[in-house]
Design a protein around this ligand. Structure first.
Ligand SMILES: [Zn+2]
Length: 109
């Protein structure tokens, strides 16, 4: 299998312009990552640590927004699809026992 030869430049860090090279021994090169199609060197990754930690803490403390929306929409026959994030109509099964009971109760009144 063909690979990159030693010291071949794989790319440049999007933020600082550091050249990421194949086979480099430095920790910044060895911990470089491609994120959303762009190189980010280890040095810049470490520099983002505080911001990333804060973002994760905020995300965890906010809870799942889809769950909050679904609890608000309950009873309106709508829900947020967890995969697409779009509103969809909840399938109403006419033969479900709960619905039949509701219909019977309506008739009695
Ligand atoms: Zn960098």
């Amino acid at each position: 299998m063909r690979g990159f030869r030693e010291d071949a430049v794989l790319g440049k860090c999007t933020f600082c312009g550091h050249k990421v090279t194949e086979g480099a021994k430095g920790w910044a090169d060895r911990s470089s990552r491609i994120t959303y199609g762009r190189w980010v060197c280890g040095d810049c990754l470490v520099g983002m640590k505080d911001a990333v930690d804060l973002a994760i803490r905020n995300k965890d403390s906010m809870g799942d927004s889809n769950e909050m929306l679904n609890s608000m929409l309950q009873g309106d026959g709508l829900r947020v699809n967890p995969e697409t994030g779009k509103l969809e109509i909840v399938e109403t099964n006419k033969s479900s026992p709960a619905r039949l009971d509701a219909l019977k109760n309506k008739r009695k009144k």
